[in-house]
Design a protein around this ligand. Structure first.
Ligand SMILES: Nc1ncnc2c1ncn2[C@@H]1O[C@H](COP(=O)(O)OP(=O)(O)O)[C@@H](O)[C@H]1O
Ligand SMILES: [Mg+2]
Length: 230
């Protein structure tokens, strides 16, 4: 599903945000990408949805080297990926339902079908009663539910979440965790970047740890810190 081959990303000549990244993520995995702030977690995710391009090496998603994509290809790639961010990124002037439906409409679904799909997701996520509420009237946890619903509306087979609980209190974070657990039952690949290892550890099928731009541990590949030090 996703391959990183000797990927390096430099934002400045002297500092590698990512270095020597070799990583293969398969369909159905729920990967927890952890590591301290500045480790390169967000950069790694951005390379997958081509918000950033590698300075060296190749990123391959669903068999396609992302370097070969033109702007149309990038748009197509992003429609197939569900993105969830720490800061929710909901449109303040739209209702919960409209926020979800808009993502489907942008992907070419008719307004009517988009609203139907949005309503169904709100039902499934226990948010039906809040469908006409604007984001400002929703709690952080509710806003994140809407953001997750929006990420799911185009039925992506890849979901990327960058610090999805970063702005939530413990109760809402646990709620979001349950949500990822629930959507995991569908046949999707999920990558969650979080510095909160403990929170996601139990639902992750694999934990990949970054530090200073390098993979220092990978529970699937049996890569440990000691080995990396060689
Ligand atoms: N757009 C950018 N310009 C310059 N440096 C950046 C940029 N984005 C990230 N970095 C640097 O790359 C490193 C990794 O950042 P990031 O991927 O955001 O880490 P994390 O998400 O693990 O906190 C950090 O040193 C950060 O300062
Ligand atoms: Mg980050």
């Amino acid at each position: 599903m996703i391959q990183f081959q000797q990927v390096e990303k430099r934002f400045t000549p002297t500092l590698s945000a990512l270095a020597a990244i070799n990583l293969e993520i398969h369909k159905g995995e729920l990967v927890l990408l952890c590591g301290p702030s500045g480790a390169g977690k967000s950069t790694l995710l951005k390379l997958i949805y081509r918000e950033e391009e590698p300075s060296a090496g190749a990123v391959i998603v669903a068999g396609q080297n992302l370097k070969t994509l033109n702007s149309q290809g990038v748009a197509r790639l992003r429609r197939r990926i569900g993105l969830v961010f720490q800061e929710f990124k909901l449109q303040a002037n739209l209702t919960a339902l409209e926020n979800i439906a808009l993502a489907a409409e942008v992907a070419g679904v008719t307004k009517r079908a988009a609203h139907e799909r949005g309503s169904q997701l709100l039902d499934e996520l226990g948010m039906a009663a809040r469908r006409d509420a604007k984001p400002a009237a929703l709690s952080g946890g509710e806003q994140q539910r809407i953001a997750v619903a929006r990420a799911l509306v185009n039925r992506p087979n890849l979901i990327l979440a960058d610090e999805p609980t970063g702005n939530l209190d413990a109760a809402a974070a646990a709620d979001t965790l349950r949500l990822f657990k629930a959507i995991r039952q569908q046949d999707s690949t999920i990558i969650i970047a979080s510095h909160d290892v403990n929170l996601f550890q139990d639902i992750a099928t694999r934990v990949v740890q970054l530090d200073q731009g390098r993979i220092v541990a990978d529970s699937a590949a049996g890569v440990g810190t000691a080995e990396w030090r060689l």
